[in-house]
Design a binder for this molecule. Sequence first.
Ligand code: GLC
Ligand code: GLC
Length: 814
Amino acid sequence: MKFGYFDDRNREYVITRPDTPLPWINYLGCEEYFGIISNTAGGYSFYRDARLRRLTRYRYNNAPTDTGGRYIYLRDGVSGCYWSPSWQPTRHPAEEYSCRHGMGYSVIGSAYKGIEARTRYFVPLGENLEIWQLTVTNHRPAAARLSVFASVEFCLWDAQDDATNFQRNYNTGEVEVVDGVIYHKTEYRERRNHFAYFACSGKAAAFDTSRDAFLGPYNGWDKPAAVAADKLTNSLAHGWAPIGAHQVDLDLAAGESRQIVFLLGYQENSADQKFDPPNSQTIDKRRVQPTIAKYLDGKEADAAFARLGEYWKSVLGIFQADTPDPHANRMVNIWNAYQCMATFNMSRSASLYESGIGRGLGFRDSNQDLLGFVHMVPARARERILDLAATQLPSGGAYHQYQPLTKRGNNDIGSGFNDDPHWLIIGVSAYIKETGDWSILDEPVAYDNQPGSETPLYEHLQRSFRYTLERLGPHGLPLIGRADWNDCLNLNCFSDTPGQSFQTTTNKEGKVAESVFIAGLFVYAGRELAAIAERRNLKAEAAGYLDEVAKMEKVIDEHGWDGEWFLRAYNDFGQKIGSKENEEGKIFIESNGFCTLAGIGLEDGRAALALKNVHEHLATPHGIVVQQPAYSKYYIEMGEISSYPPGYKENAGIFCHVNPWVMIGETRVGNGDLAFDYYSRICPSARESISELHSCEPYVYAQMIAGKDAPTHGEAKNSWLTGTAAWNYYAIAQWILGIRVTLDGLEVSPVIPKAWPGFTASRTYRGVVYKITVERKGEGNAVALTVDGKAIAGSIVPPPPAGVTEVNVLCQLS
Ligand code: GLC
Ligand code: GLC
């Protein structure tokens, strides 16, 4: 069953009934001001950091779900009936409802008793504000007298404090209302130099800033007393819960349409220009007033919306493909790329499942996110890489997470996740392959943000590589530390105390437990680093890396191979994990995915054999599970992985992030059919028809789909912020369609299904537009390239002479 449909031409997903299985959200903003918005206008906004600069409140884990948002109410002056055009919060049935989630905007609205009302929500480029453009149309044969109300509930900035420290919060709230604009200025009197505002273009009849006055005692947002009474009371909040609410009275003739613009924004003043007059407690509004006046003008708002559309057209235009599969097309051309922007911006901080207060930016997460993002805005990828590298420790290890606002490593979670350093090599390599900007390697970057500790970025990569060499275990495999990619495989934790963090508790010395996954990662990253060293003319150094890589491959061969697949790890007792000798958890996806992706065992058939076993033991119609058999009980020596009920999360759930590793592995053994089959199993668009089961949005990937051991097999959770976005984009674009960036130029080497006659694509790469046509001549993956009419050897298109901006590539597969 579906709850809407894809409108590919407009790059929108159109939801046609409001009661989706879960709130289906979208992101507003792609620079510094952000919001999440559900299909019924739930969600919240923040400036840069979802924890420290939260503008509006949202109630996670609430019943009813999705409480707190950008709520508009209409009231019929004759019948006294009131409703919300976005369905929530009144949940009044409408005759027609739709939510169009598009690229950086959402249009939500409905029709009720001849009154149509739709709101377009978006954030203009270059501004720290959001625009709500509400259009109300009277389709009745007679005039209508309506009142319009728009409301937000302010968060007192620090979202963590806001949800916990009530003895203080109930006393600090302060607002100002000037010229019909509501200013939220809690803590502005002391150390904050920022405030929020909520403005309205209509001739405001009245306002409210006290939640109690607006809702009335014991009422929820579904029944605001002031809306029912058709009268806001011009209340001023003193402590308690400050809100912003505007009332506009609308008389509409038959057939008449009217637009009202609401603005919610964030503004900072410099410390010495805080108050006006300077010795008062009144916000200096002189810098923000022109911005407010500008965007309250509907024409300016329309122009800003058009600019946003152009921006997305150009960003998405960098890579477009036309394949025989409509699901792949819309994911590659629209939604998967769009999701990659969100994961780059948010990392894992703010979604319906990430509360915005839990974690900052992940080191490994953000590096992996680059794989799907770097081509879109390389300059921002560069900046991110340098920020990430600055949280690296002198040892080469890294803070697992950092706070985006301060750019400092997060001490609570610390370091010691022994895979982390290698992702930096992979992120930097992806950046250079895309841009050819070798200068990034010479950028001075500090360690642990300590001034004076700067070295060129290149040395950070050297230390990343060495970090593993200095931490090898009894078999010569990398020691796992707190955990590797699988945050829940905690082999040094042995926790028996409820509530202890599995990620930070370490009860063992950590000198025994080893990871075959990190070994595969080391081989992959080591080759990338060697290729970089080689091109910097550091031949001996490059040879040294390859030597270490070869040694590690040998160790994997001797101690990381279980006979039919790659082992997963050794635990603190030196026992195998992910082996046929185990009763549960005999085979794991991560080591098999990453080792085959890295090309380990390609020559001697072990890669193909491992993949065959992954298919046999781990693949389900809904995707590939993490391991089998699932852990049926808690194993103290395994950690968090066995804390989950079977089939969920890392305990044999379908962790979508790692599925593409197997897809890429399949392309490396030349199996395009299975690679694409795996792609389709977790592809959100391909799962749209089972939306009732899948539950999450059909336009973006979720982190997890319940595995075959779960009672709800096929049900997705934790959509949007997941490494799944980048990895699937990378797998389909660069490995299956095979349009791959390399240090030496653009490679075209598809491994597509046998039944595909071919496909076409356009890729802008280092300033040149490559128009690519792939034709199938035979069943295999052998590539013959013709570039601008001339046959060339190999699969890398030579960079064209300066001045050439378009190149035609014909790729024949046989
Ligand atoms: C989450 C984390 C990621 C980790 C994965 C597997 O997605 O953000 O860092 O690799 O879980 O545990
Ligand atoms: C939990 C999650 C895992 C995540 C980790 C770190 O353990 O299961 O996916 O990576 O937390 O935040």
